[in-house]
Design a protein around this ligand. Structure first.
Ligand SMILES: *[C@@H]1O[C@H](CO)[C@@H](O)[C@H](O)[C@H]1NC(C)=O
Ligand SMILES: *[C@@H]1O[C@H](CO)[C@@H](O)[C@H](O)[C@H]1NC(C)=O
Ligand SMILES: *[C@@H]1O[C@H](CO)[C@@H](O)[C@H](O)[C@H]1NC(C)=O
Length: 382
């Protein structure tokens, strides 16, 4: 009879409709659309460090990765243009510049550069960015190979400055190395900024090694040291200035580390502390950790390259000047080249931060020179 069959048909049709709905949901629903399910926008990584702490080396680890657009110390332009200010006064300008660069808005440099025709070479240390040495910036190299900054400086310097924006936008990762932050608080707004996906790699180094390395590059760093010290610069004797700069650096690195430990869980995941000494002790493992944190694959040619540059092997005559020596030996150089009395003075100045970060003091000159004595203690990573 019809009146019995009809409702059955109706139920059947309804069931079918419901089934179809779920089937389509399954096929095209949010779960299967990666763009909706997870954050698919670019990843932003800030390598936060201080001068002579191995940050150029870590910067290169990222710069040479074919998924990364990298800039080294873009805030140099802020400090040079506004050098009458001290580090604290310039901090907000530095932060705004970093934010713009992460978003590939390179017009921010206009404020800090001369008028007139602009080429890539106007940018501080532009040649350390493999991305600026390969398409679409420069067509003389391929994107997926290791590019030597020396070669790039010669071949790509004439490219127009505004190619940088297009280049930046063609990458999934934007990485900036910066040494001009002295606390983490200045970066909170960027960590919470929904238009950014900021991750921070905080790179530290034994202050005794940093100090020795700074001594050997004294003049180049003088202008920066002046900005770091502000008015104190004129009040201190020449021979005391390097120690005072180290005091500020040790304190600020320690403050950053302590502030990071206090971040809420959701933000603490976006902070990674790494000691330069651990990196050179086991470069492949530590690099793999850094890439993992940034969501980058450790490609085979990068593994060979990292092995090569940390073992002091050349790269077919194109070795990086600062990175191709036996990295671990270099990281210990302060132990035989710094006088013991300077080491003692530094250990007093930087006691708190050394303590926090697991750098053990030497208690005699004999201990300082004895390279079998390990001066690293394990780190309580936040
Ligand atoms: C690593 O070093 C070897 C031997 O010097 C060289 O043949 C090779 O091209 C290097 N590889 C990379 C990726 O640097
Ligand atoms: C480390 O470098 C020093 C000074 O250049 C040298 O005397 C020493 O033999 C090197 N040690 C190793 C293990 O390479
Ligand atoms: C150097 O340090 C090692 C490890 O602590 C120790 O066994 C050795 O006796 C020390 N050598 C000297 C000459 O102090």
């Amino acid at each position: 009879m019809f009146w019995v069959k009809k409702p059955r048909l109706l139920v059947l049709l309804m069931l079918q409709a419901v089934a179809f709905f779920f089937f389509f949901q399954y096929l095209y629903g949010p779960r299967h659309c990666p763009g909706l399910a997870e954050k698919s926008g670019p990843m932003h990584v800030l390598i936060l460090s201080s001068w002579r702490s191995g940050s150029s080396f870590v910067g290169q680890l990222f710069s040479q990765h074919p998924d990364v657009f990298y800039l080294m110390e873009p805030a140099w332009h802020v400090w040079v243009s506004l050098s009458s200010g001290n580090a604290g006064q310039l901090q907000m300008a530095v932060r705004d510049l970093i934010r713009s660069v992460f978003l590939c808005d390179m017009t921010v440099f206009d404020a800090y550069m001369d008028q007139g025709p602009k080429t890539l070479s106007k940018l501080f240390q532009w040649e350390t960015s493999r991305a600026l040495c390969s398409p679409p910036s420069c067509h003389l190299f391929k994107r997926e190979v290791i590019i030597s900054p020396d070669d790039c400086r010669i071949l790509c310097a004439k490219e127009p400055f505004n190619i940088m924006e297009e280049t930046c936008k063609s990458y999934s990762h934007v990485v900036i190395k910066e040494v001009r932050f002295f606390n983490l608080e200045a970066l909170y707004p960027l960590l919470r900024d929904p238009s950014l996906n900021l991750h921070i790699i905080h790179l530290i180094r034994d202050p005794r090694a940093t100090f020795r390395s700074r001594q050997r590059t004294g003049l180049e760093l003088a202008r920066d040291s002046h900005v770091v010290m502000g008015r104190l610069w004129d009040k201190l004797k020449n021979e005391n200035r390097p120690y005072h700069v180290m005091k500020i650096i040790c304190q600020s690195q320690n403050e950053i580390y302590k502030a990071a430990k206090l971040l809420p869980d959701s933000l603490r995941k976006r902070y990674l502390l790494i000691r330069y000494e651990d990196l050179v002790h086991d470069p492949l493992t530590q690099t793999s950790k850094l890439y993992g944190f940034a969501g980058l694959p450790f490609l085979p040619h990068l593994q060979t390259w990292v092995h090569n540059i940390t073992q002091g092997k050349g790269m077919g005559g194109h070795a990086f000047k600062t990175n191709s020596r036996n990295a671990q030996n270099v990281s210990q150089a302060w132990r035989w080249s710094l006088p013991y009395n300077e080491v003692v003075r530094l250990q007093n100045i930087c006691r708190d931060s050394m303590n926090q970060m697991g750098y053990l003091p030497v208690l005699s000159e004999q201990d300082q020179r004895n390279l079998s004595l390990n001066l690293l203690s394990p780190l309580g990573i936040p």
